[in-house]
Structure formats: C-alpha cells, structure tokens
Design a protein around this ligand. Sequence first.
Ligand code: IMP
Ligand code: MG
Length: 173
Amino acid sequence: MITGKPLFTTQQIEARVKELAAEITRDYRGKELIAIAILKGAFMFFSDLVKYIKVPLSVDFITCSSYVNDSTTGEVKIHCESREDIKGKHVLLVEDIADTGITLNYVKEHLMQKDPASLKIVAFLDKRERRAVQIPIDYTGFVIENKFVVGYGLDYDNKYRNLPYIAIFKKSL
Ligand code: IMP
Ligand code: MG
C-alpha cells in the first residue's frame, strides 16, 4: 500500500524535469541526440523530459527487467533491442531509478559495443546508498534514501505506474 504524503508531488516532478531538460539542452547545443528509454519504468519520465529538450532528437526504447516484485534478481534481461543505429551518435540513456546500478551498467555496456559517439545517463531517481556497481549518472532528478517507491512510471508488481506522483510503498501486513 501507499503510505503518507507523496515523496515528490506532480508539481515538484514537473519543475525538476524542466531543470534537467534545460541542463541537457545546454550540454548538447549544436548536437543531435538519440534518447533511449529503458522500459517500462522510464516511460512517463521519458515522455515528459523529451518534451522540454530543445535540440534535434530521435527516440528509441529498450525493454529490460531485473526485478521480481520488489527485489532484484541481479540478472538483467533485455527483451527488446534498440532499433536505431547508434554508431557515431550521441546517446542519452533514460532510466526511472538507479538502484544497485546493475541494469544501467548492463545496458550501457551493451550499447557501448555499438560504438556511439558518446553515451550519457539520466536517472529520474537515485538510491545512491544501494549501489553495487559503480556507474556514473550524468543527470539525476532526485537522490532518495533506501525506500521502495512507486508512481510516475515506477511499479510494484506492474501496478501504480500511472500515479502522477512518487509515493513510498509498503507491503501491507
Ligand atoms: P538496479 O539494476 O538494481 O539499479 O535496478 C534498477 C531497476 O529496478 C529500475 O529500472 C526499476 O525498474 C527497479 N527499481 C529499483 N528500485 C525501485 C523502487 O524503489 N521502485 C520501483 N522499481 C524499482
Ligand atoms: Mg521496475
């Protein structure tokens, strides 16, 4: 069940996403970008973020999972390949949350083999204290403590993704 007040409200999220997009726009001025979302979790953040990035941009999607309910299996599966040719292109990988970092590390390694000109990572949330593999996150929405959160694309058992805010989730007793 969802506990208490939102951790981040719709208004807070919107403001932060616009700031991130402005930073990304500044950093990529004069360049073209391929933004790749890691599905499913990043879908809402991704669609908000790309609306406010003001450089020429194409989008692509990778479907990936490592979680069963609320614990990581440690094994990342890519179900669906990125279809764009990213060789020589600037890639922005968009993730809902960096937790152990295993997913991002895996996907990054996978994409780096395709020889992009550059690859940066934006994560909406970052549970930094949980990191098991060191992976640099170039843009972070919010750093959070080690609580399981849902909403704004993030799920528990594939539910709550449609909440327009971030809430802390607790299993009911
Ligand atoms: P990592 O590989 O451990 O970094 O896990 C990243 C993935 O786990 C994310 O893409 C999310 O789908 C999922 N995840 C990690 N923490 C949470 C959470 O608090 N709520 C919902 N999903 C989470
Ligand atoms: Mg998930």
